[in-house]
Design a protein around this ligand. Structure first.
Ligand code: ADP
Length: 567
């Protein structure tokens, strides 16, 4: 295998099924010196990264080569449908109790219509003033605020396609009278065992009319989707404190909150971290081990006026459009560092020579991350497109940054050494005939015509399932997720909190995982309480002290990283 390795082969990225994709993603790939895939019509197998907005057909996972990567994990999207997310969280709440109390009560229509009606009558009968609660109706299969409406009485509800009806968070945290929610970026390179990173920066998305419950039918007051608000009458207006547009970075949010909330502001980010890990755990058991696959999620979280975080939804393909300055500040470095985290190469090709398309500030990409118009990369100015695309990228240097630590006595097997020097891709004939150990052990999804491989369902109980999980932790580019570092750029490992000291795969069941997160959140609460008592400064200067206190309380080693947006 090693002698076939050709260092001059460019890294090839493939977008969806027709080459269309977010302009920012195309720009970042070009900046890394990657070449755009050209074989859409022939379904050519020479690619290294396939980025798709929707899930992959099961067969694609089976034929994945050592140097091929895909941006979805089989069954990794269960938390991304509103109804199945609520089912999973409901189930976890039943088992683990109030720690899972971060999702608003929810009914699935039409199935739970009767239950919903009886809940409404119960609330009407109750004396505690909850008879006038507001509900939000959200179609299951839609996004970007489409089909969403608010109502108080069942008679106002319009029934149509499958939907969820959720208790509306009536008292959201406001900044200058405007409602906002948070968009957090999460990368999961493996569910078995769960490994999750969250990006320290993110976005806040504002409604563009001031929030009030006296008018529940104005979407610009109540819905924070930017695809909706950017068409609103007050989008461009310079609004009190918020400014024009409808997006902030998390850094701006922190600065707006810390003066008023002090230590509680620090604690809310720790609660957000716990919420994200607990949500991922809810689907971890139903997800097979998958090598060279990752999920890149957008978590939408709303803070209420007591700073409690609520999970609104999880997006499978978060928007990568660059609509405004905040988008560019957050998303461009986030994508570069995502690829660094995954150990995908950066080729220093001389960017003036290899310019990708300019970032399209008025991109037509919608919020689900799907560009409306297929947009293959335009040629750089002054060059003929076809020639540019055909041209092999000159390679001066390849840096593969595997986020792996050697100091933990990593027993790198012969197999791993082999695959670290493997070729960048396979030819189509090899894809169909490959029967190498690594390949077969990483095949996790089965085309529907073949019997499903269910060995992973044995958890860690059988030697075969354990071997399968172990092999999924070691990617074809040499990255070992069971030994991965706590931080790459601003990507911070949020789960697991520590590494095991031996070289065996950490065996942890969901109960233990929830217990770890519960311990973490208890310790964070204590740190915030102590900080309040000691009158810690109400700015970012106290972050390092809180971090040290949390580390000490948890007694975790240097691998443990505190996730906190920049200040
Ligand atoms: P979509 O997939 O259409 O974006 P979301 O669930 O994200 O649907 O809801 C759209 C917007 O509606 C959110 O950004 C948020 O502002 C608001 N929203 C959704 N659910 C709630 C809720 N339970 N309480 C308060 N606001 C909500």
């Amino acid at each position: 295998m090693a002698e076939d390795f050709d260092c001059d082969e460019p890294f090839i990225y493939r977008l969806n099924d027709n080459g269309s994709g977010p302009s920012l993603l195309i720009k970042v790939c070009a900046e890394r010196g990657w070449r755009m895939y050209q074989g859409y019509s022939s379904n050519e197998e020479r690619w290294n990264l396939w980025w798709r907005s929707s899930a992959f057909p099961a067969a694609c996972y089976k034929t994945l080569g050592d140097w091929q990567f895909m941006n979805h994990i089989p069954k990794g999207g269960s938390i991304c449908r509103k109804d199945s997310l609520s089912r999973l969280l409901r189930c976890m709440r039943r088992i683990y109790g109030s720690i899972y109390d971060f999702s608003p009560p929810c009914f699935h229509l039409p199935l739970e219509y009767a239950k919903f009606v009886s809940e409404c009558s119960r609330l009407r009968r109750s004396e505690d003033g909850s008879s006038n609660v507001v509900w939000i109706h959200k179609p299951v299969a839609q996004s970007q605020g489409r089909g969403i409406f608010l109502f108080r009485s069942v008679c106002e509800m319009r029934c149509g396609s499958a939907a969820v009806v959720q208790r509306y968070i009536e008292r959201p945290l406001l900044i200058a009278g405007y409602k906002f929610d948070l968009r957090l970026y999460v990368c999961v390179p493996g569910y078995r065992p769960l490994t999750a990173y969250m990006y320290a920066e993110g976005l806040a998305r504002f409604g563009t009319d001031k929030y009030t419950l006296t008018d529940i039918h104005n979407p610009y007051r109540h819905l924070t989707n930017s695809s909706l608000n950017k068409t609103g009458p007050r989008y461009a207006e310079c609004k009190d404190r918020i400014g024009s547009g409808c997006k902030w970075t998390l850094k701006q949010v922190r600065r707006a909150l810390v003066g008023r909330w002090g230590a509680a502001e620090w604690l809310v980010w720790q609660r957000v971290r716990a919420l994200v890990s607990l949500t991922l755990l809810a689907q971890a058991a139903g997800t097979p081990p998958a090598r060279n696959c990752f999920e890149f999620y957008g978590f939408d979280v709303l803070l209420d006026d007591s700073l409690k975080p609520w999970l609104l939804e999880v997006n499978l393909s978060p928007a990568l459009a660059a609509d405004c300055e905040a988008d560019v500040i957050v998303k461009q470095p986030m994508l570069h560092e995502l690829f660094d985290l995954l150990g995908l190469p950066m080729r220093h090709t001389g960017l003036s020579y290899l310019q990708g398309p300019p970032t399209n500030i008025n991109s037509s990409e919608d919020e689900s991350g799907v560009a409306k118009v297929p947009a293959p990369a335009p040629p750089p100015p002054g060059r003929r497109g076809a020639r540019w695309r055909r041209r092999a990228v000159p390679l001066h240097c390849v840096t593969i940054q595997a986020p792996m630590t050697d100091k933990y006595n990593v027993d790198t097997t012969e197999k791993t050494k082999d695959i670290q020097v493997g070729r960048l891709y396979k030819t189509s004939s090899e894809v169909s005939t490959d029967t190498s150990d690594t390949q077969s052990s990483s095949s996790v999804a089965t085309p529907s015509s073949e019997p499903a491989d269910e060995t992973w369902r044995g958890g860690y109980a059988t030697a075969a399932s354990r071997k399968k999980m172990m092999s999924a932790c070691v990617w074809g580019n040499g990255v070992r997720w069971d030994k991965s570092t706590g931080r790459v750029g601003q990507w911070v490992k949020i789960y697991p909190h520590t590494l095991s000291n031996d070289d065996h795969l950490a065996v942890e069941d969901a109960r233990e995982s929830v217990a770890h997160i519960s311990k973490f959140i208890r310790a964070a609460r204590e740190v915030a309480r102590d900080g309040r008592a000691a009158r810690a400064p109400r700015d970012g200067s106290r972050d390092a002290g809180f971090e040290a206190a949390l580390r000490k309380k948890l007694d975790y080693g240097p691998q443990f990283q505190v996730w906190l947006p920049p200040f």
